[in-house]
Design a binder for this molecule. Structure first.
Ligand code: C5P
Length: 217
């Protein structure tokens, strides 16, 4: 079984998807981590952000392992390094790259074919797994999402202001929605859940109920 969770940045997808997968005994796939990893690799190789061909060439021979809780790039643990503000801001160049998106879609399908999965991203229900048995679209207001990101970045020791995080988030949302291929949008058969004002356990309970109802169909 595949459960997809899509939605904008900071809606609480990662923690909800991870805890849902644990509860169901499923594996968890963080597809944002895959785009972030290629972005980190591009930054390390000092590739010009506008050079889409060189960006796509990163994939040749790239050993990218995204497990339930760790990200390994060519065997090196990059779990923390892919989450900086800088990498977050530049991920759009990788996410806009059609060759990279096609590679990601293939790779994500290969991974999910191995087991039951909860996958999380922007295009999971619409492009990657249009036949998924259960599709969830997680949202929250701009302010709630920015506050979450801000607290997350502070806890990682980054020097940012809430206003800066909100502004970048709005730019990222707009780009994620306008992307020609794999842009963020709610699939017609996705069930929308707002996480505003809900504790993580309450979100988990809602998601479990949705999965249970999808299983009965
Ligand atoms: O979910 P996360 O914030 O880690 O995603 C980072 C970026 O990767 C998103 O802003 C989006 O541009 C891109 N992304 C994507 N498709 C996905 C997952 C992430 O384009 N399935």
């Amino acid at each position: 079984m595949i459960v997809t969770i899509d939605g904008p940045a900071g809606a609480g997808k990662s923690s909800a998807a991870r805890s849902l997968a644990k509860k169901l005994g499923f594996r968890f796939l963080d597809t944002g981590a895959m785009y972030r990893s290629v972005t980190l690799e591009a930054a390390r190789r000092k590739i010009a952000w506008e050079d889409s061909e060189s960006l796509a060439q990163i994939l040749e021979g790239l050993d990218l392992q995204v497990t339930d809780d760790r990200v390994l790039i060519n065997g090196e643990d990059a779990t923390e390094a892919i989450r900086t503000f800088d990498i977050t801001t530049h991920t759009r160049y990788v996410a806009d790259n059609l060759a990279i998106r096609q590679w990601m879609v293939r790779r994500q399908r290969e991974i999910a074919a191995q087991d039951n999965f909860v996958t999380e991203g922007r295009d999971q229900a619409t492009v990657v797994f249009p036949d998924a048995e259960c599709k969830i679209y997680l949202t929250a207001t701009d302010e709630v999402r920015a506050e979450r990101r801000y607290q997350d970045l502070l806890s990682r020791g980054e020097q940012v202001t809430l206003a800066e995080v909100l502004e970048k988030q709005q730019q990222r949302d707009q780009r994620d929605r306008q992307r020609q291929f794999g842009g963020l949008c709610k699939a017609a058969d996705s069930i929308e859940v707002s996480t505003d004002g809900l504790a993580p356990e309450e979100v988990l309970q809602k998601l479990e109920k949705i999965v249970a109802s999808c299983r009965q169909v």
